[in-house]
Design a protein around this ligand. Structure first.
Ligand SMILES: C[S@@+](CC[C@H](N)C(=O)[O-])C[C@H]1O[C@@H](n2cnc3c(N)ncnc32)[C@H](O)[C@@H]1O
Length: 241
């Protein structure tokens, strides 16, 4: 298993945020969904996600020629493994060691050739700087961070895309907050493709926006009802200059 550690800083004690002490929405959002929260969430159950690739990844990436890929916020590795099965060499980054170890174990179960194509990186995306212009695909699915961390985080992901490469950002759409599906109740963490495109200021001389959409899909809410939710999908290609 290839694993590197890019977290250089220590984390404060977060217990009070989770215990519900009075904080602003922003403070709660940043402290609630931290590394300890995610390690606890992954550690509380054998498998959090289905293991299947995200549908927007399959839709947006199936037509691309495999090369190098960054899966930022890879979780248990469903997307990274799907990419590696298709020949991509994947850097799979997350700040949850529990998720990374689970992903690496699952990749080995899928096959040595697949596992060999994935490097698992323990990194906090709010500080980690992936190598500029180095990935043919930089992809992030459902990485929701506080508002002021979002723009620099996604700018660094955009900067990591090589010429002729693809940036793919998929997130929960803000309209999900009007549904009965479970979402963190921090409105500032949700964004549309327009929001993100404006924040990233993707220069049209350097970038083509390929997809800016909010496709719907059905899921089940905690009471077992079928609910339509939306994904924010922003896909852009860095032009060959
Ligand atoms: C909703 S899960 C999605 C996981 C995976 N992308 C998927 O779609 O199955 C969000 C993931 O982002 C990770 N994450 C959130 N904030 C992060 C940060 N600042 N640095 C690194 N990983 C982060 C979490 O640990 C979690 O695995």
């Amino acid at each position: 298993m290839k694993m590197t550690d890019d977290i250089a800083r220590t984390h404060a004690n977060h217990a009070d945020a989770r215990a519900g002490h009075s904080h602003s929405e922003h403070d709660s959002a940043s402290r609630f969904m931290d590394e300890a929260y995610w390690d606890e969430r992954y550690g509380s159950i054998d498998k959090v996600w289905s293991g299947n690739p995200n549908p927007q990844l399959v839709r947006e990436v199936s037509d691309l020629r495999p090369g190098t890929a960054l899966d930022a916020g890879c979780g248990e590795g469903g997307d990274a493994i799907w990419l590696a099965e298709r020949g991509w060499r994947v850097t799979a980054a997350d700040f949850s060691r529990v998720a990374l170890e689970r992903g690496a174990a699952r990749a080995l179960e899928v096959g040595a050739e697949v596992a060999e194509r994935i490097t698992w990186v323990h990194a906090d995306l709010t500080t980690w700087i992936p190598a500029p212009q180095s990935f043919d695909l930089a992809s992030a699915h459902f990485v929701h961070v506080p508002r002021e961390q979002r723009e620099p985080l996604y700018r660094r992901l955009a900067a990591s895309v090589a010429p002729d490469g693809t940036l793919l950002i998929v997130a929960h759409h803000p309209s999900d907050l009007q549904t009965t599906v479970q979402r963190p109740r921090f409105a500032e963490m949700f964004f549309t493709g327009d929001d993100l495109a404006a924040e990233l200021e993707l220069d049209p001389a350097q970038w083509d926006i390929v997809t800016n959409a909010a496709p719907g899909r059905t899921t089940t809410d905690p009471d077992g009802r079928t609910v339509t939710i939306r994904d924010t999908v922003l896909r852009a290609r860095r032009r060959l200059l």
